[in-house]
Write a protein that binds this ligand. Structure first.
Ligand SMILES: [Zn+2]
Ligand SMILES: [Zn+2]
Length: 352
């Protein structure tokens, strides 16, 4: 099969021929139709300090994908050949305290598809049956298109973060209008937020944000967040903050603009320690909550249900995909994802 391959512990990827993976008794083999390019994949391509300390090379990366089941192991139940599926990329141990309590997103031994085992930048991928998400379809048309199916993983990050605290009737500040921040805005709108402000430094991304139903898209290269409070005529401050950028300036500025008792969910991963004013956190009684991955599988259930029940949300989330390229042009796709100005990039693996 054709696969994007990290041949060893160094920068770069190569499109090469690799043997097809074979499913074990409890595993599922999927013909990959589409794969999303994630920030994680850019780190793997560039082989930075994080990649060097985390990745087992050689490796086929890729963890955001959609495809069709072609083979199942002998002990697989509930997944059938020809099912259209996405994959949860976090493989959990099943026996640690959190796993046994049903909190699998908190597993202390999580390993990741496309990071510590071969992933989906390939014509075929194998994952455990527990990690397969089967998309329902009503016969004639699939609600979940191959492109949309490829971004269930990051859409799940957006849903997990946005629904961590109730946004109904609340004023929401989202810092970072990358693909996940944009999808979070759409989810907050769908879930009943009052005002939504989103920040970024990319004009094209802020333009996409307008389609997500935000009330204010603020360029923080030129305008401080305090202006958002004024423009939306907030008397006190934001009730819910969603930090999606990892930028060292974003969280401190968010903290300064929250109402007392405000709740902040943080998905953006800072690359170094950041300085925040803990006195504000204490005296304003703020809640800071880290978010990682998706709840298994309540987030997945919420994603499927919301996309099924809201055409608006379906179209808003789909519109975050701005680039679709054949896998043979993977380098252009990585370049577009790296540019930080557009939306989500999806590769098509049906071109060989
Ligand atoms: Zn990802
Ligand atoms: Zn575990």
């Amino acid at each position: 099969m054709r696969a994007l391959y990290k041949t060893g512990p160094h920068a770069g990827l190569e499109l090469v021929d690799r043997p097809e993976p074979q499913p074990g008794p409890r595993e599922v083999k999927i013909r990959v139709l589409t794969t999303g390019i994630c920030g994680t994949d850019l780190h793997i391509l560039e082989w930075d300090a994080w990649a060097a300390s985390t990745i087992r090379a050689p490796l086929i990366p890729g963890h955001e994908f959609y495809g069709e089941v072609v083979e199942i192991g002998d002990d697989v139940r509930d997944v059938r050949v020809r099912d259209r599926v996405s994959g949860e990329g976090h493989i959990v141990c099943g026996i640690c305290r959190n796993c046994r309590a049903g909190r699998r997103q908190l597993c202390i031994h999580t390993i990741s598809v496309g990071v510590q085992r071969d992933g989906a930048f390939a014509e075929y991928v194998v994952i455990p049956q527990e990690n397969v998400w089967v998309h329902e379809h009503d016969g004639a048309t699939d609600v979940i298109t191959p492109a949309l199916g490829a971004i269930f993983d990051p859409f799940g990050n957006a849903v997990h973060t946005t629904l961590k605290f109730s946004v109904v009737g609340e004023d929401v500040l989202i810092t970072g209008a990358g693909p996940i921040g944009l999808m979070a805005a759409a989810v907050a709108r769908h879930a009943g937020a009052r005002y939504i402000a989103i920040t970024d430094v990319s004009a094209p991304r802020l333009a996409i944000a307008e389609r997500m139903g935000v009330d204010l898209a603020l360029n923080v290269a030129t305008t401080p967040v305090v202006q958002a409070k004024e423009r939306l005529r907030l008397k006190e401050g934001f009730d819910v903050g969603l930090e999606m950028s990892g930028h060292p300036g974003a969280l401190p500025e968010m903290i300064r603009n929250m109402n007392h008792g405000g709740r902040i969910a943080m998905l953006g991963l800072p690359s170094a320690p950041i300085d925040i004013d803990w006195a504000i956190v204490v005296t304003h009684m703020l809640t800071l909550q880290g978010i990682y991955g998706r709840e298994m599988f309540e987030t997945w259930n919420a994603m499927a249900a919301m996309l099924q029940s809201s055409t608006w949300l379906h179209d808003a989330v789909s519109s975050v995909i701005t680039d679709r390229l054949p896998a043979t042009r993977w380098d252009e796709g990585f370049e577009a994802a790296h540019s930080g100005i557009g939306g989500k990039v999806v590769l098509d693996w049906t071109v060989f």
